[in-house]
Design a protein around this ligand. Structure first.
Ligand code: PMP
Length: 331
């Protein structure tokens, strides 16, 4: 077995390959010293901290146990059994799974062949029983982004009584000039909720911190589901320390983006179809099932864990060694 296989590469969960910065580690160790104390009953300081950073009032922010926790609360609040939740397919597994948990119906709209969410088909899929529509930008698993014009046209077509979740879990990997101005959209569309997480670019997946930004009445409804003492004190300490180390973290994000380009080029040079990704993963798509099976065996043989989706294989961007291992494995 090669050395690569012995070491292995965990590339199936879109994690950040880097552990916490020394300053973040120190803040977390400090917070551990008070582990005998409860965190806040209902978090106030953490939403306040995020609100200040983003330039929103704190009552427009709700935090949760990762974006997953907030998504759960959104679905609990807005979806009753039999209601529809429209989403792209494939998408982040949490959406169909949690929709089923609340008894909702996942209305899955296939992506276009080039890996984009089909906004026309998604708007057409909305019916009187639809309560929530989910858009992701960048999209998981393809890494493609929505453009401002398309997004706005879409929002104009959706009834204000339907909650539109814009999941920006990977937004920190997108160059600022390419980002849709979500603050402007939030001011215009009161049914829009923007989701973010500290699990990806900020590298705090183990601490479970995510949040949503939306209009005051919508956020108040989502907050009703918050679990008392549900957010850990480490979460607040970790976010505070990350905000204080934003420039060092941006260097890491830039390194991941560079590696994403290298991985994309390496795979395209071998003849694979890879949509241009604005996130920390790439998607091998358009392969016939026999090729998918071959790749599955190849990655397993070489100790590379990847995510198999219905229409392709998603590979998280790791460090340079991981890129080399993936390209060597499929060559
Ligand atoms: N949204 C998307 C699009 C994701 O890919 C993920 C994680 N893979 C999440 C939300 C959830 O992230 P977390 O719960 O760790 O914040």
């Amino acid at each position: 077995m090669s050395q690569i296989a012995e070491l292995g590469h965990q590339l199936s969960l879109n994690e950040n390959p880097y552990g916490p910065l020394p300053s973040v580690r120190e803040a977390l160790s400090g917070a551990l010293m008070s582990a005998n104390r409860y965190p806040e009953f209902i978090p106030r300081r953490l939403p306040e901290l995020i609100a200040q950073r983003l330039g929103f009032p704190a009552d427009q922010i709700v935090v949760g146990a990762g974006a997953t926790g907030v998504i759960m609360h959104i679905l609990q609040e807005f979806v009753t059994p039999g209601d529809g939740v429209v989403m792209g397919s494939p998408t982040f597994d949490g959406y169909p799974l949690l929709t089923a948990t609340v008894g909702g119906r996942a209305v899955e709209v296939p992506l276009t062949v080039d890996g984009h969410q089909d906004l026309t088909a998604m708007a057409d899929a909305v019916d009187p029983r639809t309560r929530v529509v989910v858009l992701c930008s960048p999209h998981n698993p393809t890494g493609t982004c929505l453009g401002r014009r398309d997004l706005q046209d879409f929002l104009d077509r959706i009834s204000p009584s339907v909650t539109v979740v814009l999941d920006e879990a990977y937004i920190d990997f997108v160059a600022p000039a390419q980002r849709v101005p979500s603050a402007e959209l939030l001011a215009r569309y009161r049914n829009l909720v923007v989701m973010r997480t500290f699990s990806k670019a900020y590298g705090l997946a183990a601490l479970r911190v995510g949040y949503a930004v939306g209009s005051v009445p919508v956020i108040a409804r989502i907050r009703r589901w918050q679990l008392p003492f549900g957010m850990t004190a480490l979460a607040e300490a970790g976010v505070r320390a990350c905000y204080d180390a934003e420039q060092e973290l941006a260097l890491r994000t830039a390194a991941i983006t560079l590696e994403c380009g290298r991985l994309t080029t390496g795979l395209r040079d071998l003849g694979f179809a890879v949509p241009t990704s604005s996130a920390n993963f790439v998607y091998l798509t358009g392969c016939p099932p026999s090729e998918i099976d071959r790749l599955r065996g190849t990655f397993t043989r070489d100790g590379i864990q990847v995510k198999h989706c219905s229409t392709g294989i998603r590979i998280t961007v790791g460090d340079a060694a991981a890129t080399d291992a993936v390209v060597a494995s499929v060559s």
